[in-house]
Design a protein around this ligand. Structure first.
Ligand code: 6PG
Length: 477
C-alpha cells in the first residue's frame, strides 16, 4: 500500500462503493492508476478487494483510506446527492490538509456545489463538482465527464479523467467546463435533455401502439430502423433492447408487465426550475417533468378515464408513410429539446460566469452519456461555426433539417389530436417552433390587458417610451 519510503501511492480515492463507485475504481485501475476505495460496508470493501487487481485497495476506516493516498490527496465522492455528501465531507474534514481535493461526482444541485466550494475554500480544501453520465456501464467502461471548479484542481485529476472517459474519434469525452458549479449545472441540463428525449420516445411508442395498432415486434423494428438513421441515439438503442426482452415469469414481452408510472430523482425538475428563473423557454423538458408527475396519479387517471370516455381512433394516414413522418417529427423534436437546453446553458453561463464553451459541451456528450446521439455532431458544428449562437434553431444547417421535416411534425400533432393519443411533448415542440419563428406575437394583447387591469403601461410600435390608456369603454350591444 505504501512504497519503501512509507509513502502512500494511490493517485485517487473513491468514497462510496456502490455500483457507480466500484465501477469507476475498476475503470481507473484498468488504465493503470493505483486507487483506493472507502466504504463503511465491509462486504463492499471485501468484494472490491476480491477483484484482486494489484492497483486497487480498499478500506472501511477513513484514516486508513486517507493514508493510502498520495498528497495532496484527491478524493472522489460517489454518494447520493444531498445530505450524504455533506456528511462525508464532515467526516473527512478533520483528517484533511490544506490543498487536498474533494471531488463530488454525484448529481448534486449546482447551488449546493457553490456553497460547498465556498465553505471548503475557507478551510484551504479544493473542491470540484463533477457530473458523470453513462450509468453503471459508463462508469465501468467510459463515461462522459463534466468537471467544474478551480482549473488548477482539475489539472491534478485530468490524466485520470481523460484516461477513463469514453472516447469518440480518439478524443476523451471530458473537458474542463468552468469555475464553481459549471460541471454540475451542465450535468443537470444533460439530465433535463434526457427527460425530454425519453418523453418524446414514449409518445411515439404510445402513438404507434394505440394509434397504429403496432405490436411489440413491429415497434422493435421501427426503433431499429430509426436508430440506424441520422436520428440514432443511445435512448432509442436501449428502447430496441427493451422491446426485444421477454419476461421470464410470464413468457410475454416484459414491457407489457411494467406499471405505467415513471419516477424521478428530480434533476429534470431542477432544470425546469432553473430555466423558469432565468426566463429561458424550456417547454419540452417542462412537459416531460409534468408527464412523469401525471403518470403517478394512477387513481385519478382511472377516474378521469371513466368520465371522459372516447375510444382511441386509428391514424388515418397510410402506415408506412406515417411512420416516416413520425421519424421526422422525432428528429425535429430532439433538435428543439437541445436548442432550448443549449439556450439555457448560454444564459446560465452569462449569469453564473461559467464561461462555457458550448462546442465542448456538445462534444463531450457525443460518447459515454445517456443523451449521446448522432445529432450532437451537428450541435458541435453549429457552435464551432458560431460560439455565440444563442439558439441552435438559428444555425443554417440545423434549420435546413428542421425545415425538411416540419410538415412531419405538423402531421404527427394533427393525428395525435384526432386519435386522442396524448403527445404533449410533440405539441410543445411544435408550439415553440411556431412561436419562435414568428416575428409577430400576440403579446401586444397581453401588454394591453396588463395595462387595463394594473396600469402596468405598454410600449408602442411607433414611438419610444411607456404609455397608459383608460381602456374601459361603453361597448356596442
Ligand atoms: C446519467 C443519468 C443518471 C441517472 C439519472 C436518472 O447521466 O447517467 O442521468 O444521472 O440515471 O439521475 O434520473 P431520474 O431518476 O430523475 O430519472
Amino acid at each position: 500500500m505504501t512504497n519503501k519510503n512509507g509513502e502512500a501511492q494511490c493517485e485517487i480515492g473513491v468514497i462510496g462503493l456502490g455500483v457507480m463507485g466500484r465501477n469507476m475504481l475498476l475503470n481507473m485501475a484498468d488504465h493503470g492508476f493505483k486507487v483506493a476505495g472507502y466504504d463503511k460496508d465491509k462486504q463492499k470493501v471485501d468484494s472490491l478487494r476480491k477483484e484482486s487487481k494489484e492497483q486497487v485497495f480498499g478500506a472501511t476506516d477513513v484514516e486508513e483510506f486517507l493514508s493510502l493516498l498520495k498528497k495532496p490527496r484527491a478524493i472522489m465522492l460517489l454518494v447520493p446527492a444531498g445530505n450524504p455528501v455533506d456528511l462525508v465531507i464532515k467526516e473527512l474534514l478533520p483528517h484533511l490538509q490544506s490543498g487536498d481535493l474533494i471531488i463530488d461526482a454525484g448529481n448534486s444541485h449546482f447551488t449546493d456545489t457553490d456553497i460547498r466550494a465556498q465553505n471548503l475554500q475557507k478551510k484551504g480544501i479544493r473542491f470540484l463538482g463533477v457530473g458523470i453520465s453513462g450509468g453503471e456501464d459508463g462508469a465501468r467502461h467510459g463515461p462522459s465527464i463534466m468537471p467544474g471548479g478551480p482549473k488548477e484542481a482539475y489539472e491534478q485529476v485530468r490524466p485520470i479523467f481523460e484516461a477513463i472517459a469514453a472516447k469518440v474519434d480518439g478524443k476523451p469525452c471530458v473537458a474542463y467546463l468552468g469555475p464553481g458549479s459549471a460541471g454540475h449545472y451542465v450535468k443537470m441540463v444533460h439530465n433535463g435533455i434526457e427527460y425530454g428525449i425519453m418523453q418524446l420516445i414514449a409518445e411515439t411508442y404510445d402513438l404507434m401502439k394505440r394509434g397504429l395498432g403496432l405490436n411489440n415486434d413491429q415497434l422493435l423494428h421501427a426503433y431499429l430502423s430509426w436508430n440506424n438513421s441520422n436520428l440514432g441515439n443511445y435512448l432509442i438503442e436501449i428502447t430496441t433492447h427493451i422491446f426485444a426482452t421477454m419476461d421470464e415469469k410470464t413468457g410475454k414481452h416484459l414491457i407489457d408487465e411494467i406499471l405505467s408510472v415513471a419516477k424521478q430523482n428530480g434533476t429534470g425538475m431542477w432544470t425546469s426550475l432553473s430555466a423558469m428563473e432565468l426566463q429561458v423557454p424550456l417547454t419540452v423538458i417542462d412537459l416531460a417533468v409534468a408527464m412523469r408527475d401525471l403518470s403517478v396519479l394512477v387513481k385519478e387517471r382511472e377516474q378521469a378515464n371513466s368520465l371522459y370516455k372516447r375510444p382511441i381512433q386509428q391514424v388515418s394516414i397510410d402506415h408506412t408513410i406515417f411512420l416516416k413522418q413520425l421519424q421526422g417529427a422525432l428528429l425535429i423534436g430532439n433538435i428543439i429539446i437541445c436548442a432550448q437546453a443549449m439556450a439555457l446553458l448560454a444564459v446560465a453561463s452569462e449569469k453564473y460566469a461559467y464561461h462555457l464553451n458550448l462546442e465542448s459541451v456538445a462534444r463531450i456528450w457525443q460518447g459515454g452519456c445517456i443523451i449521446r446521439a448522432k445529432l450532437l455532431d451537428d450541435y458541435s458544428a453549429a457552435f464551432r461555426l458560431n460560439a455565440k449562437l444563442s439558439n441552435l434553431l438559428l444555425d443554417p444547417k440545423l434549420s435546413e433539417k428542421v425545415m425538411a421535416h416540419q410538415e412531419d411534425l405538423r402531421q404527427v400533432v394533427c393525428q395525435a389530436s384526432i386519435t386522442g393519443v396524448p403527445m404533449p411533448g410533440f405539441m410543445a415542440a411544435l408550439g415553440y417552433l411556431d412561436a419562435y419563428r414568428s416575428s409577430w406575437s400576440p403579446a401586444n394583447l397581453i401588454q394591453a390587458q396588463r395595462d387595463y387591469f394594473g396600469s402596468h403601461t405598454y410600449e408602442r410600435v411607433d414611438s419610444k417610451g411607456t404609455f397608459h390608456t383608460k381602456w374601459e369603454k361603453d361597448l356596442p350591444t
